[in-house]
Structure formats: C-alpha cells, structure tokens
Design a protein around this ligand. Structure first.
Ligand code: AMP
Ligand code: GLY
Length: 436
C-alpha cells in the first residue's frame, strides 16, 4: 500500500514512523508534514500541501496513487475530506463531516450520549445569555462547567468553581463575545471530579476495535499548574483502570456510541477518542474527539506489537469485524510494556500568558544523545533551515520511552529529553510521576 498521512505534528510523525515499519506499506507520504520528519524517516515523502486544502489533498492522492489515507487533524475532517475522498472512491480512515460534529458540537455529542444511554455529566443547553444567567442562579451547586457549542480555539471550556465564575464566563462568551461573534450557543454542565483517562477505538461505521488508554497532562507546568495546552506529555496504559474497566468502557461507551451514531444517520468511522473521568459514581464521558490524540498517539503506537496498516484498511472498508474474525481477536496486539512521552515546547507556549510564542531557536542534541530501540523522537514544531533544526513554535518535539514499568519508562524518557536543548525550552518534569 501507498499511504498518505495528513497533518504536521508529533502525532503525524508517529503515524508515519509506525506505518513505515511494515512490508505491506511500500511508501509513506505526509502532507504537509514538517521538514524535520526526514531526520528520522529519510524515506518519508513530505508533500507541501496544506491540511486544510482538501481538493489539493485529493489531487495529491490521485497523482501519487495513494491506497489509504489517514487524517490527523480534526479541522481537516470538519472540512469534509472523508466525504470528498469517498466520493472519488479513495480509501480513507476518518469520520464524515457530519459525524465529525461529535467533536465540534458539544450539544450534538450530548444528545447522542443521552439517547444512547452513555454516562456523562448532566447538562442544560442555552441560546440566550439571560436564560443561562437565570439557570446559574437556580443551580443547586456552586461548581459547574460552561462550554461553547462550536470549536473555540481550544478555549471554549471554562471550569467554574463558583457561580460568579460561571456568570463571568457566560457574559464574556455570549455578551462580550470574547471568542468571537459566533458564540451564541453554550451548554452548562455538572462539575465532575475524578481521574481523567483518554480511551481510543478504531471504528468502521458498524464495529470497532479498542486501541488502548493513556493519561494526558494538559497544563503547562508541573503539578497541573499553569495554562491549558494541547498536552505536555502522556503515559500509557492508564494506571487507574481496574480489571474489567476496559471491557466496561467498550460495552457502555464505544458500543452504544456506534449504535447511536448510526441511528442518528452519521455512522462513525475512524478514531473515536473518548475523554473519560473515573468519578466516585463510575466512569463518565467528558467529551469525544474524532481523531487520534496528540500526544497520546506518540505513546499508543510504539506500544503496539503489530502494525495498524491492516486495521486501518479494514476501518476504511467497513471490514473490522471480518479482520477480527480472521485474526481470532478483537484488538491489535500490545507490548507488555509501559510508555512515557515528554513534550518540549517553545518559549512562550501556549501564548496565553502575555508572552508571544518564539520561533527560530536552534535545537541541539548533546553528543551523548543516543536513542535505544525503546526510545522514539517525534518532531512537531520544527523546521530544517540551512542544515540546522530550528523551533517553529508550539509543541516543538517529544520523546517516548518504553520500559517494563512506568518508573523505568519515565527515567529513560527524561534521560533522553535532558540531552535535547534549545533556548527557552519548556517541559514538565512530572509526566507519569507517582503512578505505579
Ligand atoms: P473538554 O474539552 O470537554 O474535554 O474539556 C476540557 C477539560 O475541562 C477536560 O479535560 C477536563 O479537565 C475539564 N472538564 C470538562 N468537562 C468537565 C466536567 N463536567 N467536570 C469537570 N471538569 C471538566
Ligand atoms: N491531547 C489531547 C488532544 O489531542 O486533544
């Protein structure tokens, strides 16, 4: 197969690395990728086509005779790339534009969950600021979560510890339009407490295969302090899962969501990423994403003991059940190891503390930097400039290490990351800390 990966971050670098490791894949393309990916994958074809230009991506796939396309970013899915590729008889892994609403519209996701009986926080929906403000007054709890219905540059969720915080959130979102004019639809959700876990399933519209769990660290600084980010590091598998929890999640989250989406006329294909919370009263869904996580993918894929290429092909062709039958198992094989991934971000990242995110810092690797067979280096915000690797902003790179247990994986990941240096680099020192 000739495969195309769409996107440019660490998640896509990990996908390209993974797909390049099987003899069933003859060539891997990435669009737009980043110019540093070839440092670790010299054979990778980096094609400078924007992830938002779905017509240009279609032309690329036709010209390069791509057999299978895998989409990283949610924005590309929301543009309708899956509908376009399928119309042109090209195999692609991902949800249709309509099914992508599961991520883009919190209210749509809630409706599907409620109808399908998937456990989630209670909520109310508002199209009017005054109605939302009235509701806040009558809410028996001080704590609640205000969420914008649509995509809001990652700033659409405000966790409020007091009614006053909630009032301010509603006023700034709906009256002062702090995130733009299009915020006229919000939900206010019950505040949940517990441990957060990301769980992943590969779906084909009818059936699914469970891919595993991971725990992201979304705040910038150690101890879960500082601003929210895309994710500063992750460990896998999640340690808070008890015997039977994965099966419970399959039966009570993924399976009913597949049925519910089909019933709603938007059968779900691609990666279903459930943001879950383990609360005192059981597992609850916080949100769904319709794609692989970044950085979760950078640890999930290295932990697999077989290549996903045939699974991806089956997902694109509605043949997951058939593949499961042929292989005699429901999921891809996993290594009996734990993994830790640490992200190094640019100076100023995430750009919400009044400091601009800096670009152009030279990345140095100490002479002692040497990756073992259980270590993986993935580039995200990096570009190669006159033979040197320079930061391009955001999350710059990340390193995954696998080991027999989390303590060893942590030690190894941090030993590796300490040998990568650039001015202004930021990374958390507590990814996976205190986990047994
Ligand atoms: P979301 O984009 O919906 O996952 O929300 C972003 C973050 O807000 C989550 O990772 C949680 O940390 C937090 N959050 C979202 N919903 C709730 C909730 N109902 N209760 C407590 N925290 C929440
Ligand atoms: N790491 C969280 C996400 O990919 O949305």
């Amino acid at each position: 197969m000739r495969v195309l990966v769409i996107g440019s971050g660490g998640r896509e670098h990990a996908l390209c690395h993974h797909l390049g490791q099987t003899s069933t894949v003859s060539k891997v393309f990435v669009a737009p990728g980043n110019s540093a990916m070839n440092e670790t994958l010299p054979e990778l074809q980096v094609a400078p086509v924007s992830a938002m230009d779905i017509n240009a991506l279609l032309n690329l796939a036709i010209k390069e005779k791509i057999d299978l396309t895998i989409v990283g970013p949610e924005a590309t899915l929301s543009e309708g790339i899956v509908d376009l590729f399928q119309k042109n008889k090209l195999s692609i892994v991902g949800p249709s534009k309509a099914a992508s609403e599961l991520e883009t519209s919190k209210a749509f996701a809630k409706k599907i969950m409620m109808a399908a009986g998937v456990p989630t926080a209670g909520y109310s929906e508002f199209f009017d600021a005054d109605a939302a403000l009235n509701y806040i007054e009558t809410n028996p709890s001080e704590k609640m979560v205000v969420k914008c219905d649509g995509l809001a540059q990652g700033k659409g969720v405000v966790v409020c510890m007091t009614k006053n915080d909630a009032r301010l959130a509603v006023i700034s979102l709906m009256k002062e339009k702090l995130l733009g004019e299009n915020v006229d639809h919000i939900i206010i959700e019950e505040f949940l407490e517990g441990t957060e876990v990301s769980a992943f399933a590969l779906c084909d519209g009818e059936s699914f295969s469970f891919l595993g769990t991971a725990c992201d660290h979304k705040r910038l600084r150690d101890g879960d302090l500082g601003p929210n980010t895309g994710g500063m590091g992750v460990f896998s598998p999640a340690t808070c899962l008890e015997e039977g929890d994965a099966q419970w999640i399959n039966e009570n989250v993924f399976a009913p969501m597949m049925t519910g989406m089909k019933k709603a006329g938007s059968a779900f294909s691609g990666i279903l990423f459930a943001g879950l919370m383990k609360t005192k009263s059981g597992w609850k869904v916080l949100e769904f994403n319709v794609r692989f996580g970044d950085p979760e993918t950078q640890v999930l894929l290295p932990l697999l003991n077989e290549n996903l290429a045939p699974w991806f092909k089956a997902a694109a062709n509605g043949e997951i059940k058939k593949l499961q039958g042929e292989l005699g198992r429901l999921s891809p094989l996993k290594k009996d190891k734990s993994g830790v991934h640490v992200v190094m971000a640019a100076h100023g990242y995430p750009g919400t503390e009044g400091v601009k995110v800096r670009t152009g810092d030279t990345i140095h690797f100490l002479n002692t930097f040497l990756l073992g067979k259980n270590d993986f280096l993935f580039f995200a915000g990096v570009e190669k400039n006159e033979g040197q690797l320079k930061t391009k902003g955001g999350r710059v790179l990340g390193i995954t290490s696998l080991a027999e247990n989390l303590t060893e994986a942590r030690k190894s990941a941090y030993e590796n990351i300490s040998k990568v240096q650039f001015d202004g680099s930021q990374y958390r020192t507590d990814i996976g800390k205190g986990q047994i």
